[in-house]
Design a protein around this ligand. Sequence first.
Ligand code: HEM
Length: 378
Amino acid sequence: SYDWYRQMRESQPVYFDPQMQGWHIFRYEDVARVLTEHATFSSDRNRFTPAGDPNSNPIISSMLFMDPPRHHQLRQLVSQAFTPRMVARMEARIQEITNDLLDKVVAKGEMEVIRDLAGPLPVTVIAELLGIPTERREEFKQWCDDFLSGDGNATPEAQQVGMQAAGSMVSYFNKLLEQRRAQPHDDLVSALLQAEVDGEHLSSEELVGFCVLLLLAGNETTTNLLGNTILCLDEHPEAVEQLRARRELVPGALEEALRYYSPVKIMLRWPVSETTLSDQRIEAGQTLLAWLPSANRDEAQFPNADQFIIEREPNRHLGFGRGIHFCLGAPLARLEAKIALNTMLDRLPGSWRVPDVPLSPINNLSVFGIAKLPLTWQ
Ligand code: HEM
């Protein structure tokens, strides 16, 4: 929690945790260094931890866990298909999906933000990008949830369910790739199949890894950005009126929500050689756990770090990471969140209130969000 982050930033900013067998990193300066100096701090988990089975964890074969030069090649390849222009083309469709979702709740005067908007919006958008048919979207959301709940800290049963979900996603995308290979469409998967750098295409494993990565990276994170933004606004009701009156402040408010309640918590890295961070000696291959929410509340970087200030400037938060692995989906996440928040401001009048009930934080090592977020207005 944020109290723990503050204590650790002050007393043990780089701390070896015997239980996790890794170093926790809490200060902005150190986290930014770990993310930026990719030649020292590797993302290649296969190099330092026992290799997993790509069928049980397909994103092991994705660029998220690769170093240059392969990371650079892969990122160039997928960037040909996943461009800011393609994202901008989605704008009208994102607006339409948002309107449809809000149509169902406006008259009621209340909603459950995650179930009614923040959950379905990103999964619908990414499913349309990937060409997953409407009738299978629920199933995909379930696979993503199962996979994420089956992380290293989960019970053996949950890990088993997570592995099955991963297997289902892999076989689904393998089939989809076969179909598009035989008969290309005007869609992301076909564009990925055609993408080429130095005469080289993506391998099937890499293609599947990337599709699964998009699903996993693009869903829960964006859901939580929206939910966390509503949470910030609930704690600062005056900001709702301010935003309603001055829409040009919306993008900045979303950046501040990314800083204040960062949806992604931990980035893992492995130093390739012995190194020092805040006076601690770290050996090659030891695991580093860099805490984004802690870095984003570091007073040394952000004056009044524990205040939510929608006009904060500068705001060089690390919510989307930094350096060569900087979030590829940031333009899409920003666009979805902007449209969703603007449409809520348009259509849900009066003051917004999250009823006084205990909120259930998502119990997960890697994401911060609220599982259920009731909201009333007027
Ligand atoms: C990478 C956060 C939405 C796709 C990352 C990283 C962070 C992040 C922190 C860096 C990982 C690292 O350094 O190891 C977020 C947040 C989001 C979001 C907070 C929403 C608010 C999305 C969306 C997509 C996406 C919507 C795609 C549709 C990716 C991909 C990478 C990535 C492909 C890997 C990039 C690479 O390794 O070069 N994201 N993300 N993200 N994100 Fe996002």
